[in-house]
Design a protein around this ligand. Structure first.
Ligand SMILES: NC(=O)c1ccc[n+]([C@@H]2O[C@H](COP(=O)([O-])OP(=O)(O)OC[C@H]3O[C@@H](n4cnc5c(N)ncnc54)[C@H](OP(=O)(O)O)[C@@H]3O)[C@@H](O)[C@H]2O)c1
Length: 286
């Protein structure tokens, strides 16, 4: 399995996104655990989650608990698996998503995530989404405190623009290791953030790398070039999309979501798909 780095930690070049296993449309727990096991069996060593991946107000951290259970019940050595969680986003239970980037909220959220994940320190903690009511430096500053206190091993941010990436890097004294932004064939407007991460040597984790839960299945019918090249290589257009993302820069580590073992088993094979320069140019231009 090809590895890439988040900070000093090598992780599989394709991660598993946990969100489809915990929000609207989620499967039963048995299928979710099989999906997590399939990812681990395939050599995936990065799992992305968040405390806000749940539906009802009284089940905050549904996905974190599921990931912890999947790791516990797998049976293999999980010491090399990096679980990346996030805080600062909330779901009140009416289907909406809200934010709270206050220091008090983030400090409490980390304690709760530590409990659910059953670890002494969180491998990668990401500030989920900027809260305009709180200065960005204040929210990111909490990550610095948590690093100093040993409660999180690495700090990342999500849904950040280039100014916020630079500000976070400054606030954290150079300890920012990752940026997680939306990026897919359908959504390329995070290219400046991707390029900045490549320049700074910070991992860039594309979220919804296949276009999102409701659209991933129809990627090929919406993007002809991805379908055409998929047909040439006898692979899925989803696999082509992930291989194309991997080709953008060595810092890119896509985290495709899955709620079925077959989805992640197919996605992870993107690491072995070699696309030629002309194919990549065609996909870039499509
Ligand atoms: N930071 C943020 O604000 C943010 C926002 C959104 C998402 N995320 C993270 O990013 C992850 C990925 O995003 P996402 O889950 O929204 O969207 P996505 O990865 O673009 O699409 C997920 C869907 O793709 C399907 N899929 C996966 N691999 C496939 C394959 N090889 N062939 C066909 N279908 C495939 C899955 O279907 P099945 O369900 O049938 O397996 C899944 O429902 C999330 O899980 C979450 O961890 C972060």
């Amino acid at each position: 399995m090809e590895t890439r780095r988040i900070g000093d930690i090598p992780v599989s070049a394709i991660g598993l996104g946990g969100m489809p296993m915990s929000i609207e449309g989620r499967p039963d727990e048995e299928r979710s655990v099989r999906t997590i096991h399939a990812a681990l069996d395939a050599g995936i060593t990065l799992i992305d989650t968040a405390d806000s991946y749940h539906i009802h107000a009284d089940e905050v951290g549904h996905n974190e608990s599921l990931i912890a259970e999947g790791l516990r019940s797998w049976g293999g050595d999980t010491s090399g698996v990096l679980v990346a969680t996030k805080g600062g986003h909330l779901r009140p239970g009416d289907g909406s998503w809200t934010v709270d980037g206050s220091a008090a909220h983030l400090r409490k959220a980390v304690e709760d995530s530590l409990q659910r994940l059953g670890v002494e320190a969180i491998g990668l903690y990401q500030y989920h989404r900027p809260d305009n009511r709180v200065p960005y430096a204040e929210s990111v500053g909490v990550l610095g405190e948590l690093l100093d206190a040993g409660k999180i091993r690495m700090a990342g941010i999500s849904n950040a623009n280039p100014d916020q990436i630079r500000e976070a890097q400054d606030v954290l004294g150079g300890r920012l290791v990752s940026v997680q932004n939306q990026y897919s064939p359908a959504f390329r407007s995070s290219q400046p953030e991707l390029d900045l991460c490549a320049e700074l040597g910070i991992a860039f984790l594309p979220w919804s790398p296949l276009g999102g839960i409701g659209s991933a299945g129809s990627l090929g019918s919406r993007f002809d070039a991805f379908q055409r090249i998929a047909d040439l290589h006898h692979v899925s257009p989803q696999r082509v999309a992930l291989a194309w993302e991997l080709s953008q820069a060595p810092v890119v580590i896509p985290i495709p979501g899955a709620s079925r073992p077959q989805s992640i088993e197919d996605s992870v094979l993107a690491v072995d798909l070699q696309l030629g320069p002309e194919e990549l140019a065609e996909l870039d231009a499509s």
